[in-house]
Ligand binder design. Structure first.
Ligand code: N7H
Length: 441
């Protein structure tokens, strides 16, 4: 089995807290930093084992990950053999079809960031207390370059991202570690963890049980998204305008706001289905007993729907032996939509998703999902169009097929993006023993 007490906790099971701070730093003094990494950070690192049991979860969880620039600053000369990591996200931004990098957070432009500390707790006070303690202990060994404060949404919206949809439903189960729920993909450990079975790339020995963290700050234009849904409500007998608008949104995502999959509940939301972990992921897009979906039928779920683009299930045939799965651990950031924003249908204050995706190979994982699937109008079939949620076309209009169930061949042309990339960076989240024995010495 996996050495769960050596694997940083965010990778496979997530921090399980409502507030999270992403603290991006550079190493100001290498010798001091290595000493602090060992004496201050190492004892605070939260393992997978600790997170699995409520009684061992720390009040504030902490993980750390390094960029290539950070590893280089630490004197690491081994090649991790992931070219996208080595070059950094900024150098490869064009692969993601962002609207250039003009919208990027300035600190993400270039390769200045050495690492990120992920701090998670259940209140902002506890988080800030932990941060203050940490910063005073680290002294001037590190310098803060940028921070992003993220938080689960309040009340009934908890667990839902800013467009209103329940998130965190479908992550792959790691073979031999997690018992899959019905419909969950099962992946070899090496698809997520470096150096484990299924990772066929040559790596330095110390990199074993680490994972690449693709971080993206994705701004969401929520009032604009809602305006689009209201203006383009699906018209069908028996549907009110509101229901037609909800149906359009659900078909763009592939799930209703409750989490219920449109493939299983094609016309109306089904909150009981959405909440049932044994049923809400139990579908393949194929008819019962078939291991391949019908390539002409998107009546129950568009081929372009966000969750279908990013995990095509039986569209590529079953079992799902492709190597394009990631473990997502993102969390919303920014305030709730204000009444003024809602009535003007215009975003005034930034909000979005602090996207976190873990994989052993960025080219097979995050970048593949974004570039080769979501941004590719001919995936999974010619002419299905862009993923209407995350699909990017360098800011140009995006054609999307299949959204209207009364006329599946109808194309929609989305004139604007509802998600704007503010950039990010690629990091490596090492094992705890690698931090103790290699990175801090
Ligand atoms: Fe997505 N959304 O609100 O529409 N995502 N996503 N995502 N996403 C998922 O199944 C969303 C983003 C994946 O296994 C759900 O857990 C938003 C990126 C994958 O069937 C919802 C943003 C990438 C899955 C959203 C965003 C992905 C998935 C349903 C950005 C990769 C699982 C909840 C602001 C490049 C697919 C769930 C499966 C699910 C939304 C980003 C990938 C509601 C708002 C950048 C693999």
């Amino acid at each position: 089995g996996l050495n769960l007490s050596d694997i940083q906790g965010d990778i496979l099971v997530g921090m399980k807290k409502n507030k999270e701070l992403f603290f991006f730093f550079d190493i100001a003094n290498v010798k001091n930093f290595k000493a602090k990494l060992k004496s201050v950070i190492l004892p605070l690192l939260t393992s997978t084992t600790q997170l699995l049991d409520n009684s061992t979860q720390p009040v504030t969880a902490l993980n750390i990950a390094f960029s290539q620039t950070g590893l280089t600053a630490l004197g690491i000369t081994d090649d991790l053999n992931d070219i996208l990591f080595t070059q950094g996200q900024f150098a490869n931004a064009a692969n993601l079809s962002d609207t250039g990098t003009a919208n990027w957070v300035p600190q993400f432009k270039g390769t200045k960031i050495h690492g990120v500390i992920l701090l998670a707790s259940n209140t902002v006070d506890k988080l800030n207390t932990a941060l203050a303690k940490l910063q005073s202990a680290l002294g001037n060994s590190v310098q803060e370059l940028y921070s992003l404060q993220a938080a689960a949404r309040p009340g009934a919206e908890q667990g839902h991202e800013h467009f209103g949809f329940l998130d965190g439903i479908s992550n792959p189960a790691v073979d031999g570690f997690q018992q899959p729920l019905p419909g969950q993909a099962v992946v070899p450990p090496g698809e997520i963890l470096v150096g484990e079975m299924g990772d066929n790339v040559t790596r330095p020995a110390w990199a074993k049980d680490g994972s690449f963290l693709a971080f993206r700050q994705l701004k969401q234009l929520v009032p604009e998204f809602n305006k689009f849904l209201a203006d383009n409500a699906i018209k069908a007998p028996g549907l009110t305008v509101q229901q037609g608008s909800d149906l359009l949104g659900a078909r763009m995502v592939g799930r209703w706001k409750s989490g219920a999959p449109v493939f299983l509940s094609p016309v109306f939301d089904d909150p009981a289905l959405g909440a049932d972990r044994n049923r809400n992921n139990d579908f393949t897009y194929a008819a019962p007993g078939q291991n391949h979906s019908d390539p002409t039928d998107q009546s129950k779920c568009p081929f372009s729907a966000h969750i279908r683009k990013t995990r095509p299930r039986s569209d590529l045939g079953l079992p799902e032996t492709n190597s394009h799965h990631i473990v997502r651990g993102g969390i919303p950031y920014g305030p709730e939509v204000t009444p003024a924003e809602a009535s003007s249908k215009t975003t005034k204050t930034e909000r979005g998703l602090a996207f976190v995706g873990y994989q052993s190979n960025i080219n097979n994982g995050f970048q593949f999902l974004q570039k080769t699937w979501a941004n590719n109008p001919n995936f999974v079939h010619g002419g299905v169009g862009f993923d209407p949620i995350i699909g990017a076309n360098q800011g140009n209009p995006r054609v999307v097929n299949g959204l209207d169930p009364t006329n599946p061949s109808r194309n929609f042309t989305l004139m604007t993006d509802f998600i704007v990339s503010r950039g990010g960076e690629y990091f490596f989240s090492p094992s705890i023993s690698a931090i103790a024995k290699t990175l801090s010495v």
